[in-house]
Design a protein around this ligand. Structure first.
Ligand SMILES: Cc1cc2nc3c(=O)[nH]c(=O)nc-3n(C[C@H](O)[C@H](O)[C@H](O)COP(=O)(O)OP(=O)(O)OC[C@H]3O[C@@H](n4cnc5c(N)ncnc54)[C@H](O)[C@@H]3O)c2cc1C
Length: 278
């Protein structure tokens, strides 16, 4: 199938992009195009205008300062995968990258596009919630920052308004106490996950504090397993698996029963990563 006809405009600046979005009711931003173009081709979406933000200076790149890692929205997946700053200061994101699609898609796809699209089985939204990250948004009313936990509102639904641009994300830089873990189960390497788990915690020796266990592929948004977090913090992995408070539905990937079982399998793998046993 071919997409419905649409107009194209290359934004000259961030303000220009916001103006174009405001002037055209059915306009959409074009980042890497790896999700958008597929939905256009399948006629799941038929915007009247694509506003291309690929040429905007300052929207891409990784900066580390004042204990934070800032990643521009137009930073491609491949750049994150190859960044020594990400490997050192945001190792959870580094662990997740090879699981996102395939190299050709990672060459074009962007972190901003992934977060704005908010697929419930995507890796980066869960990582951002696990890291307690923040998302910067610029729109007609100016700039605001939203906690990752408040950004994902529902199925493919975020805190972004129709005329907003996601400009950057920020996560705390890893310290010597930071422990992270990432694992997912997918039918084939590069497929969206049946179930995945992104986790972060603070550790002193064998003790884990403040674990954040964020599942994806089990709900409309990334979801924290808070009862399991509490059990893990008190030192019992078996109790944490038992306490897993997830309520997945059946989907095309797997039944709810299978997903629940896989969530426990992932928790055991992740606990080993967090405790440095792998
Ligand atoms: C075969 C295939 C397999 C894939 N597998 C995975 C996978 O396993 N895991 C995964 O996470 N992803 C997967 N993807 C998606 C891929 O990661 C995309 O790159 C990503 O979801 C969207 O990023 P993009 O830059 O291509 O955004 P685009 O496709 O350009 O845009 C996606 C949506 O976000 C909006 N948008 C983009 N940038 C911004 C911004 N800065 N501010 C506001 N709105 C914005 C667009 O208007 C559009 O609605 C897969 C894609 C394909 C085709």
């Amino acid at each position: 199938m071919k997409p419905a006809a649409f107009a194209y405009a290359k934004a000259r600046s961030l303000d220009d992009a916001i103006r174009l979005l405001g002037e055209h009711k059915e306009a959409k931003l074009l980042a890497g195009g790896q999700s958008l173009i597929a939905t256009l081709n399948m006629r799941l979406s038929s915007p009247s205008l694509l506003v291309d933000i690929n040429g905007l200076a300052g929207l891409a790149g990784v900066r580390v300062s004042d204990g934070m890692v800032e990643i521009g929205a137009m930073t491609r997946h491949v750049a994150l995968e190859r960044s020594s700053d990400i490997a050192k200061h945001a190792p959870l994101i580094a662990l997740a990258m090879p699981h996102i699609a395939h190299p050709a898609i990672r060459n074009r796809g962007t972190i901003g596009g992934s977060l704005a699209y908010a697929d419930p089985a995507a890796e980066l939204p869960a990582c951002l919630v696990a890291l307690d990250g923040e998302i910067d948004i610029v729109g007609p009313g100016g700039k605001r920052s939203v906690k990752a936990a408040d950004f994902f509102k529902g199925l493919f639904e975020t805190a972004l308004g129709a005329n907003d641009v996601l400009t950057a994300v920020r996560v705390p830089a890893a310290t010597a106490q930071t422990r992270v873990g990432f694992s997912e189960l997918a039918r084939r390497q590069g497929d969206y996950a049946m179930v995945g788990l992104a986790a972060a915690a603070k550790a002193t020796g064998k003790e884990l504090a403040d674990p954040r266990l964020v599942y994806f592929g089990v709900s409309a948004t990334p979801v924290r397993a808070r009862n399991a977090e509490a059990a893990l913090a008190s030192g019992s992995l078996d109790a944490a698996v038992k306490a897993l408070d997830l309520d997945p539905g059946d989907d095309i990937q797997a039944t709810a029963k299978v997903k629940k079982h896989l969530a426990g399998v992932l928790l055991r793998r992740i606990a080993a990563q967090l405790l440095g046993d792998t």
